[in-house]
Design a protein around this ligand. Sequence first.
Ligand SMILES: [Zn+2]
Length: 511
Amino acid sequence: MPHFEGDIEKIGMEESSSPQSSSSAVHELERDAAEASSPPAVGVHDAANLNDMNDNDDRQFEFEEFTEEEIEAAATSVPESRPSVNIPPHSAIQSAGPGATPELMEMFYQRLFPFKALFQWLNHFPSPTSSFTNREIAFTLQNDAYLRYQSFPTYDAMKKEVIRLNPSRFEIGPVYSANPRDRKIVRKAAFRPLEKELVFDIDMTDYDEIRTCCSGTKICNKCWNFITVAIKVLDVALRVDFGFKHVLWVYSGRRGAHAWVCDKRARELDDAKRRAVASYLELVRGGAQSNKKVNLKRPLHPMVTRSLNILRESFSSTILVDQDPWRAPEHVDKLLKLLPDKALNQELKKRWETTSDQSSASKWADIDSLAQQGVSKSLDAKELKEAKQDVVLEYLYPRLDAEVSKHLNHLLKSPFCIHPGTGRVCVPINSARPETFDPMDVPTVSQLIDEIDEYDATHGTSESSEKLADYEKTSLKPYVEYFHRFVSDLMKEEMKEKRQLDQENGESLDF
Ligand SMILES: [Zn+2]
């Protein structure tokens, strides 16, 4: 990442670099109002902290204020030699690895980012409403500075500013009661967050203690199954238990996924209701140290029973075969700790000690076979069955970063941004078929720019190719089309509701 070396002051490094809860963001709002008259300053994240940020790429950060000149300086600190639409020298792309160079980012914003669809998604109507114009957009610039409280009258204005600032990514915040740019000139009470999509974050970090195939920022198709299963379980809960219809799942660009629940009812939830939804969905709790993370009363809640049925389908393949967590003799205690009967556990331990290479699937089968042989006089079959259910839940039930969901004013990275570490686009995931999504297949920004170039080279400037939008020439096409359909469904419903409301109001006026 390029570092800004101008005369912009570095302030509040520690504070600004640590992810914080939104409750402290509320305090920041208050402090912001109190400090409205003090000179604004620019904060710069250091490289190490930026890496953290890229991973937990959906946290809320301390905000800093910028003057127009400082924004200008930051934007122009990006190398001057930016070809506007030409392919940069290949060496430039290679030196950036899979990540995105500022040159590639600018081309991506100019030619591929679906600004109009993003606007319609946030706005819900064809022409701008306060849902878009009072919506906070926060930019992370190429020099790592973080720019909050931006807002735009139209998608075209947003597109122009994004191309000018060329941020490494941007986040979407709530719709405020006033234009976020005016927050210092309106009364404090007149500036408050009104609505935002209900969001969820699933990140592989929360699976690090149970996944065995990869660690750190790495992922593979085996561990991606944790995310696939999580999407299945949460998606059905949101639709069936809460009646939401417009749930958009988005790849976070590296090793996780975000859900955006866009129904009007969801957008209008206050923090208390968001907390309630999050805690309803959160079953697996406790840090790496606690032995048992699932503690459920019986009979099971119907939501848990349904989730278990979904999880059971993948437990054998995802956990027993792919992760194989209890194969090594030193790992069997992890499993035994979750089983209730001492005598049975002793017999299992004895059997597993004699084999140095027994698969987890075979060990899992041993539990029932030894239990049926009557090795324990005290065995409670029902208790054992419930403990095994808890093991399935502990290993496979979605692990939510619930803090992200609890606050109306939490910012979350926009769909179709580029992940700075991988260069991959944060594309939507089809929630009807999450198992068909392969994160390794998601195009990178450099790949997409190459694809446009290749398409133009093979098709020339024929009339038919000129009619195509650039995204249609690339592997981004199915993702953009999926997003278009999602947005169109959402807009149709909002417009229908509005017509009904207008009609009702019209009738009451007539009366
Ligand atoms: Zn893996």
